[in-house]
Write a protein that binds this ligand. Structure first.
Ligand SMILES: [Zn+2]
Length: 247
């Protein structure tokens, strides 16, 4: 990531972040979310699964409850009160019309100006030979968010949502994707790095369950330093802006 990044526009007031698992937002994006809520913006979370398959030593029923609790607590630390779980099965989320409808429903309810999600790319990482396979749910959810962003504006896609009183919403202008290989914009998180670290630490049972040493502060400091250099600040989180309409 050597190219310069533009500051992310702040001419919006409402964002909806849609990701596959409890903790996906805390590996970087939460620092940006904290900066936005401090500036008076409203951010909601939609978590597609309960993350119930994420802890080897804890049964899915117990893990689902624990991970939802950790996610709600983690969201509160960065100023987010509105957290919705869609309860799709962790690890085997299927891309398709059910997933698109469930996300479209949340977009129409929330009526956000922008959406956030994580990269749906097949792989991510540094260089040739260093690529890491992106998790299956991340791939399915990222694509479904991009598609649902458009579905939300079309009255005749998922007309059953009209019966629920959910009118089309065409006010979302952009989807911001974090973890993308070709980011275009970034958010200065120098002032919110500590809250971002705290929000990641709040996934305590999950992090303990990984069974290896992991230092949230060292991770987030390193992760945000690269984008910081590209934005001209100490720490930043990078996003790729995907526009929903041509201008
Ligand atoms: Zn995940």
């Amino acid at each position: 990531m050597n190219q310069p990044l533009e500051p992310m526009p702040d001419d919006w007031s409402r964002a909806l972040a849609v990701v596959a698992h409890p903790d996906d937002l805390e590996y970087g994006a939460a620092g940006a979310i904290a900066a936005w809520t401090r500036a008076g913006k409203t951010v909601g979370y939609v978590i597609v699964t309960d993350g119930e398959a994420g802890i080897d030593g804890i049964s899915p029923d117990d893990a689902a409850v624990l991970r939802q609790k950790e996610q709600v607590a983690s969201a509160a630390i960065v100023g987010v009160e509105d957290v919705t779980f869609l309860h799709h099965p962790d690890g085997i989320v299927q891309y398709g019309s059910d997933l698109r409808r469930d996300i479209t429903r949340q977009i129409r309810r929330s009526r956000p100006d922008i959406l956030l999600t994580a990269t749906p790319a097949l792989t991510y990482g540094l260089g040739v030979g260093q690529r890491i396979l992106n998790q299956a749910d991340h791939r399915a959810v990222g694509i479904a968010v991009l598609d649902a962003a458009r579905d939300a504006a079309n009255r005749w896609i998922f007309p059953e949502l009209l019966d629920e009183g959910l009118e089309p919403w065409g006010g979302t202008t952009d989807v911001y994707v974090f973890g993308a290989d070709r980011p275009s914009h970034a958010v200065d998180v120098t002032g919110t790095l500590a809250v971002g670290v705290e929000s990641l630490r709040t996934h305590r049972v999950y992090l303990d369950g990984l069974g290896r040493d992991f230092d949230p502060e060292a991770f987030l400091r390193g992760f945000t330093a690269h984008a910081g250099t590209a934005l001209g600040v100490h720490h930043a989180v990078a996003f790729e802006r995907i526009r929903l309409q041509g201008v």
